[in-house]
Design a protein around this ligand. Sequence first.
Ligand SMILES: Nc1nc2c(ncn2[C@@H]2O[C@H](COP(=O)(O)OP(=O)(O)O)[C@@H](O)[C@H]2O)c(=O)[nH]1
Ligand SMILES: [Mg+2]
Length: 357
Amino acid sequence: MNEIAVTVVLPTYQEFESLPSLIEALKEVRAQELQHLQLIIVDDYSDDGTEQLIKDFDQEWIKLVIRKEDRGLSSAVIRGLQEASTEYCVVMDADGSHPASAIPAMVQAIQEGADFAVGSRYVLGGTTEDGWGMLRWLNSKIATLMARPFTKVLDPMSGFLAFRKTTFEQAKELNPVGYKIGLELIVKCGCKQVSEVPIHFSTRQLGQSKLTLGVQFEYLQHVIRLLRYTHPKLVSFFTFATVGLSGAIVYLLALNVLTPLFDERWEGIGAAVWVAMTWNFLWDRKYAFWYSRSNIVAQYLGFVAVCSVGAFANFYITNLLAASNAITYSGFIGVVVGSVIGIVFNFLVTRLLVFRK
Ligand SMILES: Nc1nc2c(ncn2[C@@H]2O[C@H](COP(=O)(O)OP(=O)(O)O)[C@@H](O)[C@H]2O)c(=O)[nH]1
Ligand SMILES: [Mg+2]
């Protein structure tokens, strides 16, 4: 393996205490197996002595990039990868969780045909150090489950990664927001064959974890973004249907509030139809057709025109039944009929004509 050139990208934020032992471990890997190993540390201006520490090490194979403007784990990783000029790249955490000794096996997995390798806790032979609380464990399990639609990898949450630089360069629409850069790369680089190399995942000994509640919320947004990327039509339709359901409830509420305010019943029903239609438009534009950002007024008029068939059926039936029934009951039948007529037609036609890319 000695001829292989590998760059290890290490994102750091206040890892002054953990860095020395990791650098020693990487030195060992260099001495034993990968003599051309390079290290790029991307530090987000920790200002904790990291800069002096690396200066004191004074090794030509170690490069320190200090970012003063940008922040965040994923964008730091991307920055490091952009700076790498070797055939192979490895990404790992600085806190000692990831054993440097697994790097050669991960690179070898790529050489043997995998597109991507992850250091895995959950594949046969992988282990996690004791001491994870119930909550952290459950958290990790749920997060892993949520990654299921994108990859069959058992440990998709891993931040210990290896791949060819050319694989990274294939990435489409990389979004550096969020913590799970491994998952992002597997999806956006279109990696089919992901190899899992068993590792022992150690608990951080020094310094603080940066995994906060905010980070977990970001993960939820990340999963939605990835779903939009991999299954855009399905996400659109599912969201459109959900908004439609909420619109039906809004319609029934509006009927009860508005009909008593008008002299004629049909006026109140018309107003409720209009309220529900506008409600649907605003949420559909924001979430079901997130990618379509043309003129909102033109889109609104188009939306109203397309939805008018179902909306009119709803209006007509509600008005007809309301002559002999309670308004909520009449409205319910009306909105069900209107929705059945509208759901597929409105979705397809607004998607095609109103909410274009
Ligand atoms: N450059 C940079 N590195 C970060 C940032 N947040 C976390 N890291 C690094 O990413 C790695 C994983 O972070 P860690 O806090 O251990 O997360 P955990 O293992 O999920 O608890 C460590 O090397 C951190 O120093 C950040 O905002 N910028
Ligand atoms: Mg950690």
